[in-house]
Design a protein around this ligand. Structure first.
Ligand code: BGC
Length: 867
């Protein structure tokens, strides 16, 4: 998989081309637009926080529905109900330009990332990693076409797909959104999706097409430890030759929108263009003038829209939710903002910035020119109002129709990768007696993965996907209920099962961004990740012991370490995240009645499969070796050991020889987890005796990236003020004034740097407490919560409002919370990264200091302790 190495950023040669007449027309419109109208076009708001009147008054250019957001909060809304929701916004936008010499069409966007996945009854396709396994470019194009028809039939114009990320670390929770780890393959496959979604010029005219978005610019798949929204530290050459590959081909294919990545890029070239403003620039892509303007717009000459991700501007240290100046000046054209008060505030602050010259008029005009260009090229102004559109009128016959679902089933069939087939166990006879087992057999969420009617894909059931077929249902359909026994029944009857084969469906619980990361202190070993996965391994061992020939089907969004499972299986199939067309799997697993093959395996691994528990990261040979950062690349390469290379996959004619070898694969010897010696005395977090280096931070909801609290100077934020004060020593405590601003959560937390974790179970076992001193300036105005985290967002929190309300005013007292109570909320003490977090959405004014974990708490002094 050598990577194409370039010496510079290539210039895009889009099939859209330059249209002088269009540019003149746009100039004429720009010349007549007011500043307010221009800024309105630059805002994309979330539908729950936007009314049609808002669109009319502020000339808002577009809206989106977030994942898991449906009309009237009804997940069963039909396409027509979607259109009825959209129509008033569309009409309001037209109304907004009444009396003006021009009109600008409104656009509605959604995340249709594996089919129109937010719409009940729509056709759901395998996630991109499965499509990458098909290696079938024309199929990917047809999937794009079907998806576009279903999106258009619900009155929507724009999708946030395809993702062209190059996932390099299997711990990343968005791994499955990428087609492949191989940039060459992504370069080949992703443009097909664009052609499918956007159609050729003819398609665009007949309204069967939607606007595609290429995301996320740039390097989201290359963050350290695979952390979502994390830090990519690779040299520019690797960003260009590996991570940008899919952008080159999709932008050439005519895609016109690029979405920014939440991640940051750690590099000297990622400069701060406004060093005087606010905090030091934290390298977030949303503020990278180098990568947005210098590279994408100037060197590559991309002439479409750069859109931000969901409230992504506020993660730039130079911005807040309500002030996006730095982000606009870096080159963002459309700002995706969720909350009403935020987009309203951004409109006001941006107006002010233009009036005072902090954002130039030419920057605004550049953004609006791009928006008008893209809207024009997508022929949005030729589209009728949503309810009158041809496809909308036929939507009942389009959404989830048989023809579309047969494409999904074909995709499932073609995405399956056969890793092993000892003794040609597969294909099975349709008359086989089958034992069904494994945590995934009946679980539709494990088939679908995230972004499936629900954001994380968890909060759904079979009835949410009409006509869905889990693998268990598909097997029963082929062999008949009478030939199927559930493993649970076999186990409880204690007797031997009279079966020709066991089909064990194992797989990952559904997840999406943020929640899906495997934490840096874990390995890739499937059985170690969740209790249900461990049970799967035990089931596999038991079935092996029972002597029933066994096929294992793995459902999942990333390659995990499953060498023992592969070794114990007779046949092993990777089915990725196939979606609800389970019949596509049985099409291949079962032969015809006369024993002939119905469909052979075609899928090839789009990613290399790990041979060890710690084969986390994929490095790309051919880039970066001699460059700055090359050492890190080499280290990654050494760490990664592949059991199967990218491109591997058997079929019914090639199977036997290689699969025998798999019976002898070496298992990665289990390594005891290495923990630093747990502290044998109190663990001091804030106060005069602290010896550990901690980051002290303030964060708020909508913006989880904390801001560093200075140990010497006061910090003022929208959420309140923090000021270092003297308590037991010099500036060893903090004065906290959270203002409960708009009911948003504000938090103060203490974190070990670099996601380091501490093994602190001994504190819980010894009956330790989390103790701190407070001096209340006022009673808290609402709920106050305390938490300890190994990472966001995995743990619960303890309501400690009564402690804060019970504390006297203006006098220091000590509050002591048994760690066992925090343990009950789900905190995991073997890997603590944030040993203290206090948060509230209410006003809270107090001084706080001497924060520590006490191993052997001293006796509670009556009158002093309030707990
Ligand atoms: C994701 C994007 C998505 C957007 C809109 C974000 O959280 O990172 O990929 O398009 O939400 O739903």
């Amino acid at each position: 998989m050598p990577v194409m190495s370039r010496t510079e950023w290539p210039r895009i040669s889009s099939r859209r081309g330059y249209d002088a007449d269009l540019e003149r027309e746009i100039s004429a419109i720009l010349g007549q637009m007011t500043l307010e109208e221009k800024i309105g076009q630059m805002i994309q708001a979330e539908v729950q926080q936007l009314t049609p009147d808002d669109v009319r008054i502020h000339k808002i250019g577009s809206a989106l529905n977030g994942a898991g957001i449906w009309p009237k909060r009804n997940r069963y809304s039909t396409a027509l109900e979607w259109v009825q929701m959209i129509e008033p916004y569309w009409l309001a936008s037209q109304e907004g330009f009444r009396g003006r010499p021009f009109s600008i069409p409104f656009a509605w966007a959604t995340d249709a990332v594996h089919g129109h996945n937010n719409l009940f009854g729509a056709t759901i396709f395998p996630h991109n990693i499965g499509l990458g396994a098909t290696h079938d470019e024309s199929l990917i194009r047809r999937i794009g076409r079907v998806t576009a028809r279903e999106i258009a039939a619900s009155g929507i114009d724009w999708t946030f797909a395809p993702t062209v990320t190059i996932p390099c670390d299997a711990r990343w929770g968005r791994f499955y959104e990428g087609y492949s780890e191989d940039p060459e393959l992504v370069m080949r496959f992703a443009p097909q999706m664009v052609f499918g979604l956007e159609g050729d010029e003819q398609d665009a005219r007949d309204a069967h097409s939607v606007i595609a978005t290429i995301k996320h610019w740039l390097g989201d798949g290359g963050t350290k430890w695979g952390i979502d929204r994390g830090v990519n530290a690779f040299p520019e050459e690797e960003l260009r030759d590996v991570h940008a590959a899919g952008f080159f081909s999709t932008l050439n294919a005519g895609a016109q929108v690029v979405m920014l990545s939440f991640s940051s890029w750690e590099s000297d070239r990622n400069y701060d263009f406004d060093p005087g403003s606010r905090a030091a620039y934290n390298g977030k892509l949303h503020g990278s003038r180098y990568l947005i303007t210098d590279v994408l717009k100037e060197q590559m000459q991309f002439d479409g829209i750069v859109i931000t991700d969901w409230d992504g501007h506020c993660e730039v240290s130079k911005c807040t939710l309500q002030d996006a100046r730095y982000c606009f000046n870096a080159g963002a054209d459309v700002l995706m903002v969720e909350a009403r008060q935020d987009w309203l505030a951004v409109i006001h602050s941006t107006l002010e910035d233009v009036r005072t010259g902090r954002i130039s008029m030419s920057r605004i005009d550049d953004a609006v020119r791009r928006i008008l260009r893209v809207k024009h090229r997508a022929r949005l102004s030729l589209k009728e109002q949503p309810t009158r559109r041809e496809l909308v009128r036929k939507s009942q016959h389009i959404i989830g129709c048989e023809e579309h679902r047969s494409v999904a089933r074909e995709a499932v069939r073609k995405s399956l990768v056969l890793l092993k087939n000892r003794g040609q166990l597969l294909p099975l006879s349709p008359e086989a007696r089958v034992v069904l087992a494994g945590s995934g057999a009946h679980d539709i969420t494990r088939h679908n993965g995230g972004w499936s009617l629900d954001w994380q894909g968890r909060n759904v059931s079979l009835r949410d996907f009409p006509g869905a077929m889990t693998l268990a249902m598909a097997v029963r359909q082929i062999v008949g209920d009478e030939r199927v026994t559930e493993w649970e029944e076999v186990k409880s009857s204690g007797g031997p099962a009279h079966a020709d084969a066991a089909i064990v469906v194992i797989g990952e619980e559904s997840y999406a961004e943020m929640h899906g990361d495997i934490q840096p202190w874990r390995t890739l070993e499937y059985a170690s990740l969740k209790p249900a996965y461990r049970e799967d391994l035990e089931t596999i061992r038991a079935i092996k012991a029972s002597g029933i020939p066994m096929v294992i089907i793995f459902l999942g969004g990333r390659p995990l370490y499953i060498s023992e499972e592969i070794k114990l299986a007779d046949a092993f199939v990777v089915a990725w995240l196939p979606g609800p067309e389970g019949g596509g799997i049985t099409d291949v697993l079962f032969a015809r009645e006369d024993g002939s093959i119905r469909f052979d395996f075609q899928g090839k691994l789009p990613v290399s499969w790990p041979a060890t528990r710690r084969s986390f990261s994929i490095a790309h040979p051919g880039v970066s070796d001699g460059l700055a950062g090359g050492e890190a690349v080499l280290a990654r390469r050494e760490e990664h050991q592949a059991l199967f290379p990218c491109g591997y996959g058997l079929n019914y004619t090639s199977a036997s020889h290689i699969s025998d070898e798999l019976d002898h694969i070496a298992l990665d010897p289990e390594m005891a987890e290495q923990h630093p010696e747990p502290p044998s005395e109190n663990f001091e977090l804030l106060g005069p005796n602290v010896t550990t280096a901690f980051d002290l931070k303030i964060a708020g909801n909508g913006c989880w990236v904390g801001v560093d609290v200075s140990r010497t100077e006061p910090l003022d934020m929208m959420l309140g003020r923090v000021e270092p004060i003297d308590y037991l020593g010099h500036k060893d405590a903090l004065s906290l004034a959270f203002n409960g601003f708009q009911g948003r959560i504000a938090s103060l937390y203490i974190q070990l740097p670099q996601l380091e974790t501490r093994h602190l179970c001994n504190f819980v076992a010894a009956g330790g407490v989390l103790a701190f001193s407070v001096r209340m300036a006022a009673k808290p105005a609402g709920t106050v919560l305390l938490a300890c985290h190994n990472c966001f967002p995995s743990q619960g929190a303890l309501d400690v409002t009564h402690l804060f309300s019970g504390a006297p005013l203006n006098r220091w007292v000590e509050l002591r919370v048994p760690l066992a109570e925090l343990a009950e909320t789900g905190s995991e003490f073997c890997h603590i990264n944030v040993p203290f977090m206090l948060y509230t959405a209410a006003e809270l004014r107090c001084d706080i200091g001497n924060i520590r974990w006490e191993l052997q708490p001293k006796a509670v002094v009556p009158g002093k302790a309030t707990y």
